[in-house]
Design a protein. Structure first.
Length: 338
């Protein structure tokens, strides 16, 4: 039996843990709050994150990272980008003790501000400096709430080792989730991260009362920005036409299940960022990612007006209506630039 250690007991981590237990895997779930761990183990629920839902009863949660990682085959990271490096350091300490070398899977969607690194690059820094083939990225159009209800879902597993991606494809897939493989972990990670910034913009437009035309325009031009940055990072252009590109962008920009969309919607209705974040009760990855995107745009001289506008609104005190006017009055040009 394959043992999978899931790090992160939020909505996505709990839903994935339950899915993997449905598949017959031994699943150990690592959490950092006693109340959440106790609720999962006693009632098989996680009501703060997933209301009116029960997890597979074979999922066992613990605060003890050593126990969670013992004899594991796969470590699935489902923690916020801001915590990835510190958690990776703790994982490295445990793996050094045991001598084990499990596969590392990232379901985290973000870019680290400051270093401007993707999650697999952080894994390289902290865990496997010379074993990129042991790293796999999980990303695609999926909300934890829908996955928990066994909605039909398609997700990408990307790695420099297609053998390892295919191995996990067989372990993870079932009758309600279908996994596809990719050899472009860079592009898949960029798509999963930057779409959160565009989703905040989509929520803002909805909060301001704009309709379908505005949403379609934003998503299409947003995809252009995601692709532009992804290629600068070294991703393949065709990746952004797939599940982790346009697919993830669609689901995140059109659903009230998206934390990033909900954050933007409240901003569009005039609420302040600090109040929105305080009331969300969950991490809004796009707020952190937009800082890294701004730094990357400056480094590579990338033209990403939507991302720049969101940064200005969130951190420079700019009025969103002024930013919209600026974007709509930009110098005219062709839609497609080769």
């Amino acid at each position: 039996m394959t043992k999978i250690s899931v790090l992160g007991a939020g909505s996505w981590g709990t839903a994935l843990a339950s899915m993997l237990a449905d598949n017959g895997c031994e699943v150990a779930l690592y959490g950092h709050r006693q109340s959440v761990v106790d609720e999962i183990n006693t009632y098989h629920t996680n009501a703060h994150y997933l209301k009116d839902w029960r997890a597979n009863e074979k999922v066992v949660a613990s605060l003890d990272l050593s126990w969670v990682l013992k004899d594991t085959d796969v470590i699935l990271f489902v923690v916020p980008t801001s915590a990835i490096r510190s958690v990776a350091k703790l994982v490295k300490q445990e793996l050094d003790k045991s001598g084990e070398q499990p596969l590392l899977v990232s379901a985290t969607k973000g870019i680290e501000p400051g270093s401007k690194k993707l999650v697999t690059q952080i894994f390289k820094d902290e865990i496997y400096p010379d074993q990129m083939d042991k790293m796999v990225v999980l990303s695609g159009p999926s909300h934890a709430e829908n996955l928990a209800q066994k909605d039909l879902t398609a997700i990408t597993l990307a790695s420099t080792s297609l053998d390892n991606a295919a191995k996990l494809q067989r372990i993870f897939s079932n009758d309600y989730v279908r996994f596809y493989t990719s050899n472009d972990p860079i592009g898949v990670q960029v798509g999963g991260a930057v779409k959160n910034v565009i989703a905040i913009a989509a929520g803002i437009l909805a909060g301001l009362g704009y309709g379908d035309n505005a949403k379609a325009a934003l998503m299409t031009r947003g995809l252009a920005e995601v692709t532009r940055l992804g290629i600068a990072f070294g991703g393949a252009p065709w990746t952004f036409s797939g599940l982790s590109g346009i697919g993830d962008l669609i689901v995140t920009c059109t659903s009230v299940n998206s934390r990033n969309w909900r954050c933007g919607y409240q901003l569009g209705q005039g609420q302040k960022l600090e109040d929105v974040l305080a009331n969300m009760g969950q991490v809004v990855e796009g707020v952190t990612t937009v800082k890294a995107v701004r730094e990357i745009c400056d480094k590579y001289s990338l033209d990403m007006p939507i991302s720049a506008a969101i940064y200005n609104v969130l951190f420079e005190g700019s009025d969103v209506k002024d930013e919209i006017k600026l974007m709509m009055s930009r110098e005219m040009g062709p839609e497609i630039r080769i």
